[in-house]
Design a protein around this ligand. Structure first.
Ligand SMILES: Nc1ncnc2c1ncn2[C@@H]1O[C@H](COP(=O)(O)OP(=O)(O)O)[C@@H](O)[C@H]1O
Ligand SMILES: N[C@@H](CCC(=O)OP(=O)(O)O)C(=O)O
Length: 368
């Protein structure tokens, strides 16, 4: 299999704050992507910029805020974006296809499977998939909100070797560099700590949406799926390959997990939890480092109206999310056996289908 790379380009790298596409930027990125293909990689592009490219043509004076206006701008801009990419890529004899996805597509395992099959076929035929959110059908609360998360989900889905998130800033700084000139760049991130989230501010440009925070969120999702991430800027010929080699101007995030099976991707990133279990230190250790199942003895509290087979979130006593799993008890049943050793559980309940509260095969750790 060729080496798969997901490249995400933000609105800030493709458009100006007054709106409209920067065609030189599109031509530059097309040349860089073609260079990757020539070097034996198989890139997939996740691109933003539809709203930013389209709003001026419609007549809005600035990037619209209302959902229906954003959707209208995206409908115009998406066509402009694709046209520009296709023309620029054709100069390098690269054919490109449009793939529009929503979060609800990822929530549905059949749809995810279909998307994956279509993308695989495009790659087999040597066509570059160009992916964006399907803005005209996305509801506000269901939106990815920004394409950083979408790019991480795509990277996990196709088991990419690397995710490159390209933006207008050359990496993550100790403070938003637009606000603090003394901020310094963080070149490597090994852990997703609270301090890391604290230093990331919102979008710095008038056209971007997520800022560095959404890039850290995306890097964490990719990292859990075994995909290392680069967040930074490319501007000169050859910069994209330099970023891939480890010589890029930006921040490198290490991968933690291994490639995830589709079921665990769904569990971790798309499922809806029906309750929360609070576990003690021993259970946290067993789940996070021991690779073991969760037993009733380690559960201190259970909240929510869940039934056997539902997804629940697991937290520690400080409220930190440890992961998600499929629970083997109804909420009422679990209340009766909280903190009990296994022998007591068997005595207390008439029928025990599965002793574990969450079996390790039906668990994903979200703490890194
Ligand atoms: N700690 C930080 N380090 C670097 N950039 C930051 C930080 N906090 C906030 N930012 C802002 O994040 C912006 C990039 O995010 P965004 O505007 O959403 O870009 P894109 O459109 O490429 O996704 C930068 O322009 C920068 O101003
Ligand atoms: N789907 C939207 C993406 C929104 C957006 O601004 O994203 P980003 O620039 O990645 O923060 C678009 O194409 O305009």
């Amino acid at each position: 299999m060729l080496r798969r790379i997901v490249v995400k380009i933000g609105s800030s790298s493709l458009t100006s704050s007054e709106g409209g596409l920067n065609r030189d930027a599109v031509r530059y990125f097309a040349a860089e992507l073609a260079g990757l293909i020539q070097a034996g990689f198989q890139p997939l592009l996740v691109t933003s910029g539809a709203v930013a490219a389209g709003f001026r043509e419609i007549g809005y004076p600035e990037r619209p805020k209302l959902l229906h206006e954003k959707q209208a701008a995206a409908a115009v801009g998406q066509a402009l974006l694709m046209q520009a990419y296709r023309e620029a890529l054709a100069e390098h004899r690269v054919s490109a296809a449009q793939v529009l996805l929503t979060r609800s597509d990822f929530q549905n395992r059949k749809r995810t499977g279909n998307a994956s099959m279509a993308i695989e076929e495009l790659l087999r035929q040597g066509v570059l998939p160009i992916i964006n959110e399907n803005d005209t059908v996305s509801l506000d609360e269901l939106k990815f909100g920004d394409n950083d998360t979408l790019s991480a989900l795509v990277a996990n889905l196709i088991k990419a070797e690397h995710l490159l998130i390209l933006t207008d800033m050359d990496g993550l700084y100790t403070k938003d560099p637009r606000l603090d000139p003394n901020a310094t760049r963080i070149t490597r991130v090994t852990e997703f700590t609270n301090e890391l989230y604290a230093i990331a501010g919102g979008a710095g440009s008038a056209v971007g949406t997520g800022g560095m925070r959404s890039k850290i969120d995306a890097a964490k999702i990719a990292s859990i799926g075994g995909v290392p991430v680069f967040v930074g800027k490319v501007a000169e010929p050859g910069d994209l390959q330099a970023a891939l080699r480890g010589d890029g101007r930006g921040t490198y995030f290490e991968a933690h997990g291994a490639a995830l099976p589709r079921k665990k991707q769904w569990l971790g990133f798309f499922s809806t939890p029906f309750g929360t279990l609070t576990v003690d230190d021993g259970a946290e250790e067993a789940l996070i480092h021991g690779g073991r199942s969760l037993l009733p003895v380690g559960v201190k509290a259970a909240n929510g109206h869940f039934h056997t087979g539902d997804v629940v979130e697991v937290v520690n006593p400080s409220g930190e999310v440890l992961g998600r799993g499929i629970v083997n008890y109804d909420a009422e049943q679990l209340q009766e056996i909280l903190g009990l050793p296994s022998a007591e559980v068997i005595k207390k309940l008439d029928i025990v289908h599965r002793l574990e509260v969450i079996h390790r095969d039906e668990w994903i750790s979200l703490k890194s």
